[in-house]
Design a protein around this ligand. Sequence first.
Ligand SMILES: *Cc1c(COP(=O)(O)O)cnc(C)c1O
Length: 235
Amino acid sequence: MTLEERFEGIRDRMEQAARRSGRRAEDITLVAVSKTFPVHAIRSLHGLGQVDFGENKVQEYLEKSSELTAEGIRWHLIGHLQRNKAKDIIDGVSLFHGLDSVRLARELQKRLAAAETYLDCLLQVNVSNEDTKFGVPVSGIMSVLDGVAECDRVRLHGFMTLASPTDNPEEVRHEFALLKDISGRSEMGSCLVDAANPMISMGMSNDFEVAIEEGATHVRVGSALFGSRDPYLAG
Ligand SMILES: *Cc1c(COP(=O)(O)O)cnc(C)c1O
């Protein structure tokens, strides 16, 4: 299959999943996860009309974005961010999906204040309670949100999660449903930029349709678009 065929296939499946759940496809953003794939692959997909691209490592994001300044790409940083890299993402990242601690929010706040700018963020939540993963446990969300609320330059729009790895996406449907439920709780009202329309980033190549059925506003799809990734480079 060509890149164009894969791209069209993903968009068709997104549209069908949206329709099944009574939603509009326009309300769901496809983030093309380009980690480990070369700049020319990003250029090709951008040429087909894709605007949102995601990277999980700061260094790779910096390298690729500096080569692709003319394209008007919207960059998403989707992985864990070390505090000492906070300064590297405040300029060019349009949505940071990996906010996972008050300490990181404070570091971002400091850098954002110095640069007189703002950063749109999602709080990464660990809905599966696997302890190998990053993300705030469900029980800790409110205390992290209280700390993030003091960081006025960190604009919180919603939530992101990585579901448990599985071959059968039905097995993680309840994890997606839980994040959707959390994002709509009344106590989130004061924490989010637009609490009536929270952003929910969930779903990857093998489970994005179920994620859309459960309310995802952003799906992060890599290998199903670009082809399989070298596992040694993917990190
Ligand atoms: C790599 C990655 C994805 C995309 O994974 P695929 O299975 O290739 O679609 C999505 N989200 C995050 C956080 C990732 O690191």
